[in-house]
Design a protein around this ligand. Structure first.
Ligand code: HEC
Ligand code: HEC
Ligand code: HEC
Ligand code: HEC
Length: 203
């Protein structure tokens, strides 16, 4: 018994030493990397985007999205069709609470709460940030204007590209109602561009 206790103490001391060295290594790594820190972006929720993207001068993206399919993605999970699917698939909870449904019907499912504002709710369904990326570092007017002027790198502030790969993270055969996904047509169906004269100014 005594021997075991001694062994335990020695092991513990060894661990403390090892952790200590690891920490100081990390400290060094930190100072080395200080020039290019890894940025972590967080989700701010649709309410932040809505007012600035509402007017027709900018292209009324908010209105287009609100009347499109993605805004009702969460509400859809309470539809007759969803309840029938839930029965068929023998879900243990209602679809609006089911891990079998939520990942594709809300924004940022599975992202830790610490990286989501309380303003971001399931109710907003598949909202702006599901396709454009978490908005913490790009939603301000200053950054938005700089983006348009071409003086701000898009990736640096967390903006994503809207590629086919992005869409098929949800538009795939894991969807119980899967319909073949045609990228170009689908993009057209949800299009919310700047108005033509604004686009001309941009070029
Ligand atoms: C303070 C007002 C404001 C807010 C808030 C805002 N935007 Fe913008 N956004 C703009 C303006 C202004 C532009 C540039 C268009 C222009 O200059 O006419 C823009 C441009 C964009 C662009 C195009 C960027 C590019 O690469 O050209 C995207 C995408 C976008 N906004 C998404 C969002 C999303 C998503 C949110 C919420 C997370 C948001 N915006 C919040 C004002 C805003
Ligand atoms: C389902 C995905 C999706 C959602 C949700 C979405 N967008 Fe987009 N957005 C796109 C795609 C695709 C484009 C076109 C990108 C391109 O041309 O490369 C785009 C383009 C834009 C542009 C640039 C328009 C231009 O002419 O350059 C703005 C601004 C924008 N979105 C704002 C928003 C705002 C604000 C919301 C929320 C109200 C939103 N988007 C929601 C996919 C989405
Ligand atoms: C986070 C998941 C998610 C992403 C990412 C996503 N979608 Fe969707 N999309 C959905 C859901 C869910 C619906 C069904 C909403 C409903 O009917 O209630 C839908 C519906 C649609 C529809 C309506 C027609 C149909 O197939 O039922 C179009 C068009 C569409 N999406 C285009 C796109 C495009 C283009 C992209 C990529 C730029 C994209 N989506 C990215 C989840 C997503
Ligand atoms: C892999 C992503 C994904 C998962 C998981 C998912 N969905 Fe969907 N759902 C979609 C997409 C994308 C659409 C729109 C296009 C389609 O039906 O393929 C959609 C559309 C729907 C529709 C509308 C269908 C129509 O014909 O208009 C209902 C209802 C629905 N989903 C219910 C559910 C339920 C209930 C669950 C959980 C059991 C679920 N979904 C899980 C991605 C998903």
């Amino acid at each position: 018994m005594r021997f075991l206790k001694l062994l335990a103490v020695l092991v513990a001391m060894g661990l403390i030493f090892a952790v200590g060295t690891m920490c100081s290594d990390q400290e060094e790594a930190k100072t080395e990397k200080i020039k290019a820190p890894e940025k972590v972006f967080s989700y701010v929720g649709y309410k932040k985007c809505k007012p600035c993207h509402l007017g027709s001068k900018i292209g009324a993206q908010s209105k287009v999205w609100e009347s499109g399919p993605h805004a009702k993605a969460f509400a859809e999970l309470a539809s007759e069709q969803s309840l029938e699917l839930a029965k068929k698939l023998e879900l243990k909870t209602e679809p609006q609470k089911a891990a079998e449904c939520l990942p594709c019907h809300v924004t940022a499912y599975g992202v830790p709460d610490s990286l989501k504002s309380e303003r971001l709710t399931y109710e907003e369904g598949v909202s702006c940030e599901a396709c454009h990326g978490p908005g913490s570092d790009y939603w301000s007017n200053k950054v938005m204007k700089a983006l348009r002027a071409g003086t701000q790198d898009r990736k640096e502030v967390g903006l994503w590209d809207q590629t086919e790969e992005l869409c098929v993270t949800c538009h795939n055969k894991n969807s119980p109602t899967y319909k073949p996904f045609k990228f170009k047509e689908a993009v057209q169906a949800i299009a919310h561009p700047y108005p033509p004269e604004e686009t001309e100014k941009k070029e």
